[in-house]
Ligand binder design. Structure first.
Ligand SMILES: [Zn+2]
Length: 348
């Protein structure tokens, strides 16, 4: 067995956390077919798969919109939660913060309470059998504007006792100025929620700075634009504000090509090693695993192929737990589970 194969085996086995993962981005083409069939619509899995063959960020948002359009009822949300949870268990993920696009539910006029009750009921079963703890991040959609975002923050606050730990915003970064969301973020924080934001994915480093300075974002989704601003990288390192890195996502959405100004950018151009060398805290995630044809193990193996060392990989896995929004009484047992397994596997 080569060192790389050995490390891949350890990564597969060690308990992990995943912090940047969209429930609606986990719907496989086969699941879209099944959801369509529930509504009397025939969609061949191949036709669904071809919808996922986009080459830029707009194409990705269109595909995301198309797939989520088949989520109509609580039982649909239960199905996708169940399938995602099984997939996480298979990869030895023991803690996940899953982002739910509540802004999209609201947009479609759905019953958020009923949908989330169905989602949380599935999560409860996994939690009770000790396989997987799931916490939730309620996500507003940036292009829907500040009023819609506030509604999502209100829902998030209401469902804290059902495992909602944070409020965040995703979508089109360039659509609405960051500062316009200050009221929603202030409200969420005052209600005891953690706050996060997608920033510096396709937008510039100033969007990352604004998310921290105007909104108090505790973690940044993606943030790869920071590669263009070393002073900001140092500031993130000092503040210990982590970047949630999603390698394949950045490639597939064209975000990496955009940030590097290299139309043919490959993973080798990704700034992850640069961030690690500079002391920026990073975590690794899949973002939308079905839509990007990836999983968490592949993401870690990509990081290894970018030259990250075993101790650096161990640190990233550990950061998945240390930077999570889980309550302290759950964080320590999760961390200990990782550390004791990592020691016995020779990762630490
Ligand atoms: Zn995301």
């Amino acid at each position: 067995m080569t060192d790389t194969q050995g490390l891949a085996a350890i990564i597969a086995e060690v308990p992990k956390a995943e912090l940047h993962l969209h429930l609606e981005g986990s719907i496989s083409p086969e699941t879209v077919s099944l959801l369509g069939a529930r509504r009397g619509v025939t969609i061949a899995p191949e036709a669904a798969a071809s919808r996922y063959a986009y080459t830029d960020f707009t194409g990705f948002l269109e595909a995301f919109k198309w797939a989520t359009g088949y989520l109509k009822a609580p039982e649909d949300y239960a199905l996708i939660t169940h399938r995602l949870a099984d997939e996480l268990v298979r990869q030895r993920v023991i803690y996940a913060e899953i982002t739910v696009s509540v802004g999209v539910m609201e947009r479609y006029g759905q019953n958020v309470e009923a949908n989330f009750a169905a989602i949380d009921e599935v999560a409860r079963r996994y939690r009770e059998n000790g396989q997987l703890r799931i916490a939730w991040i309620f996500d507003a959609t940036r292009q829907f504007g500040p009023n819609a975002a506030m509604k999502v923050a209100v829902h998030a606050a209401k469902f804290q006792k059902h495992g909602v730990v944070a409020f965040g915003i995703g979508g089109d970064e360039l659509a609405v100025p960051t500062v316009n969301f200050r009221a929603a973020y202030d409200y969420a924080r005052n209600q005891g929620l953690h706050v996060t934001m997608h920033a510096g994915e396709i937008g510039g480093p100033e969007l990352v700075r604004e998310a921290i300075d105007h909104l108090g974002a505790e973690r940044i989704g993606h943030g790869i634009a920071v590669m263009r601003d070393p002073a900001l990288a140092d500031r993130l390192a000092n503040l210990r504000v982590p970047l949630e890195i999603c390698l394949t996502s950045n490639l597939r959405t064209g975000a990496l090509a955009r940030q590097t100004v290299k139309p043919g950018a490959t993973l080798a151009d990704h700034p992850l090693p640069q961030f690690v060398d500079r002391g920026v805290t990073v975590t690794l995630s899949t973002d939308d695993p079905a839509m990007f044809h990836t999983d968490l193990l592949s993401e870690y193996n990509h990081a290894v192929s970018l030259g990250l060392s075993k101790p650096q990989i161990a640190k990233i896995i550990e950061s998945g737990f240390t930077t999570s929004f889980v309550a302290p009484e759950h964080k320590l047992p999760l961390l200990n589970q990782f550390r004791s397994s990592a020691k016995s596997l020779g990762l630490l």
